[in-house]
Structures are given as structure tokens and as C-alpha cells.
Design a protein around this ligand. Structure first.
Ligand SMILES: [Zn+2]
Length: 176
């Protein structure tokens, strides 16, 4: 695909997402899980164990688990989750698979069943990372707009600034 085709495909995907107003990340992920027939389970955790990762996707036959940093702003958490959703929904195939032991270190005691894949930053090609980051950015923008129109009190006024920052960092090519 050319880069404009990739951008269109990512934009179409983001437009197809059902976004709750007022915004609720857990409800949004529940809805996506229902429609695709496989739950998406969110796990907030201190990601310091993850060696600098902010988010992680752990796939099993029954569910996709998205780990995200608990010790950061709500906006950053949303960005992390949307990025991982981008990888999941675009069915990215990693270049390298992290060990299940990392997931167990991040979520001690969690019962995942047989783990099919554990994916984090550096396990994807640059183009897949770009897609996931674009999806995260566009989704944040949609959330911000929808909630601005329908529920002014729910607006996070920092969202637009964050989107602008992300777009700037992407165009510098150092987005993660
Ligand atoms: Zn990624």
C-alpha cells in the first residue's frame, strides 16, 4: 500500500469505531470486543517492569489483553490503549515476539491461559508502528471532537494540544 492508502485505511478504521459519549475507555473496548467476537481486556499496571514499554498486547485464543501504564495521565493512557488497539485491529504481525514471562512479571497471578503472542514496541516494523500511532492520534482527535459537541463538560482541553504534539513528533519521525 502507498502511504496515502495506509492513511485512508487507518482513517476509515477510526471512523468505524463506536465511541461512547461521554467517553468511557472500558465501554468502548467492550463494544469493540463484542463486535469482533473476542473480548479486549484492559490491564493498568506499573510498566516499569516492561523495560520502557508503555503498552503491551498479549493475545490468547479467548481474549486480547492490553496492558497500559497506570502511573501516567488519563490522556496518555488513552493514547497507549488506542495505539495497541491499532495493532490489534490492523492485525499486525510482529517481527519479534516477546516472552510470556514478561506478561507474568507485569501481571503477577493473572491467569491468561495459553499465550499466543506478547507484543510491544520494537516487535513491529516501522510501518506498523506508524499505523498504530496514526490510529491512536486520529482516535484521540475523534474522542475529543465527539465529546466536545455532545458533552462540553467532558472535554479534556489538553487533548487538542496533545494531538498537535503527537502530530509534530510524528512528522519529526521520532514518534513511538
Ligand atoms: Zn506499537
Amino acid at each position: 500500500m502507498t502511504s496515502s492508502q495506509v492513511r485512508r485505511a487507518c482513517a476509515a478504521l477510526v471512523d468505524s469505531l463506536e465511541i461512547p459519549v461521554p467517553f468511557d475507555l472500558a465501554r468502548m473496548c467492550e463494544g469493540i470486543g463484542r463486535r469482533r467476537g473476542k473480548p479486549i481486556v484492559l490491564l493498568a499496571t506499573p510498566m516499569a517492569m516492561g523495560g520502557g514499554l508503555c503498552g503491551l498486547w498479549l493475545g490468547t485464543a479467548k481474549a486480547d489483553y492490553v496492558f497500559y501504564e497506570q502511573d501516567t495521565s488519563q490522556l496518555h493512557q488513552q493514547h497507549i490503549v488506542f495505539h495497541e488497539l491499532g495493532h490489534i485491529l490492523r492485525r499486525h504481525v510482529p517481527t519479534r515476539i516477546l516472552g510470556a514471562d514478561l506478561a507474568h512479571a507485569l501481571a503477577p497471578g493473572a491467569q491468561f491461559g495459553p499465550v499466543e503472542r506478547v507484543l510491544g514496541r520494537d516487535t513491529y516494523s516501522d510501518s506498523d508502528e506508524y499505523e498504530a500511532e496514526l490510529i491512536a492520534t486520529l482516535t484521540l482527535r475523534r474522542v475529543s471532537r465527539l465529546n466536545h459537541v455532545d458533552s462540553p463538560r467532558a472535554v479534556d482541553s489538553s487533548a487538542d494540544d496533545a494531538v498537535a504534539r503527537i502530530v509534530r513528533s510524528l512528522s519529526r519521525g521520532d514518534g513511538k
